[in-house]
Design a protein. Structure first.
Length: 303
C-alpha cells in the first residue's frame, strides 16, 4: 500500500510536443545544457537546449533507441536498431561504428546506459518496428542483456528476455537493475566494476499493477524512478523494492526518464503516443518535472 504524500502532486510540464510515436533514450548533456532523446519508430534523434528552448532533430536510417554520453563531450554513443555508433555533435554525423547486431532485423537493440565500469550495457528484443514506422506486437522472448567495450568486445549476460528495459545502477555502482517489460519485472543483482554482475538476479519490483516497466533513472538517495508504460505513472521504488511514491502522468505511456538541469533536480520524461485515447496532443511529448532530490550524473563511455 502506498501512503499518499505531497510528492504525489508533482506536475509534469510539456517541454516539446514532438508527437513521437515512441519517444525514448533520454540523456542530459551537461556541457551543452541540453537533453537528447529519440523517436524509435520515426528514426529520429532530438535535442532540446535549455538556452533559447530550441529543438534540433536529425534523421537516421534505422530506429534510434538510446543515447549515451562518452568521455568526449562532442561524441555521443547512438544505439540504433541494428548497430551502435559514435556520432559527432559538432559535425552531426557518424564517426565510428562500434557494433553490429548479427540478428538484425529479426531483433533490435533497445534500452541502453553506460555503467560504472565505462562499458555500454544494452538490451535487445524482437524487432517490432515496421519499415513504415508502424509497430507490431512483441510475442517472443528473443531479447538479451549485453555489454559493449570500446574495442568492440561484447558479452551476453542474460537471454530469454521479452523486452529488455531499464538499465540502471545504485549510487555507489554496487547494485545493478534491469527489466523485462513483458514479464512485468525489474531485477537486481550485485555489481562489480571489474567483472560485471556478480550474483544471480532476483526480482526487485514484480507485478506492479500500473502498466509495465519501461525505462528508469536512479537518484542520489538510491531510489529508482520507473516509467510505467500503459500505466500513466512514474513509480519511485525505494532501495528495498518497496513503493515510495506513485506520480501521476498526463499521458498513458511514459517511456523513460533522466535527471538533468544544473542541479540534476529536473526529471526529463519521454513518452509514446497512445492511439486508443485522446491525450490532447500531449502523447509523444518530452516532459519535465521538478523533484526535491538530485539524480546521478551519467556514467561516461570509456573511449
Amino acid at each position: 500500500m502506498v501512503n499518499p504524500r505531497p510528492g504525489n502532486q508533482r506536475e509534469m510540464h510539456c517541454l516539446a510536443a514532438a508527437n513521437d510515436i515512441c519517444g525514448e533514450g533520454a540523456v542530459w548533456h551537461p556541457e551543452e545544457a541540453s537533453v537528447y532523446w529519440t523517436d524509435i519508430n520515426r528514426r529520429l534523434l532530438h535535442r532540446y537546449t535549455l538556452r533559447g528552448s530550441s529543438i534540433d532533430t536529425w534523421q537516421f536510417d534505422e530506429p534510434v533507441t538510446a543515447v549515451a554520453l562518452t568521455q568526449d563531450p562532442e561524441q555521443l554513443l547512438i544505439v540504433l536498431g541494428g548497430q551502435i555508433i559514435l556520432w559527432s555533435t559538432q559535425f552531426h554525423r557518424r564517426s565510428a561504428t562500434l557494433f553490429q547486431l548479427p540478428t538484425w532485423p529479426m531483433t533490435r537493440c533497445n534500452d541502453a546506459r553506460v555503467g560504472p565500469d565505462g562499458a555500454l550495457w544494452f538490451g535487445t528484443m524482437q524487432n517490432n518496428v515496421l519499415h513504415d514506422g508502424g509497430s507490431i506486437p512483441v510475442t517472443q522472448n528473443l531479447g538479451e542483456l549485453l555489454s559493449l567495450e570500446v574495442n568492440g568486445q561484447i558479452k551476453v549476460w542474460h537471454t530469454d528476455i521479452g523486452i529488455a528495459n531499464t538499465v540502471a545502477w545504485s549510487p555507489y555502482g554496487d547494485s545493478f537493475y534491469f527489466g523485462d517489460t513483458l514479464r512485468n519485472v525489474i531485477y537486481t543483482c550485485e555489481f562489480d566494476r571489474d567483472i560485471g554482475p556478480s550474483t544471480q538476479p532476483v526480482a526487485f519490483a514484480k507485478d506492479f499493477p500500473r502498466g509495465l516497466p519501461d525505462g528508469s533513472a536512479v537518484d542520489s538517495q538510491g531510489y529508482l524512478w520507473n516509467c510505467r508504460y500503459g500505466g500513466s505513472s512514474i513509480v519511485r521504488f525505494a532501495p528495498d523494492g518497496s513503493v515510495a511514491e506513485v506520480i501521476e502522468a498526463p499521458i498513458k505511456n511514459p517511456t523513460t526518464c533522466a535527471f538533468g538541469g544544473p542541479d540534476l533536480k529536473t526529471l526529463y520524461v519521454t513518452s509514446a503516443i497512445a492511439p486508443d485515447i485522446d491525450e490532447g496532443g500531449l502523447g509523444g511529448a518530452l516532459f519535465c518535472m521538478q523533484v526535491g532530490v538530485a539524480g546521478l550524473p551519467s556514467n561516461l563511455f570509456r573511449l
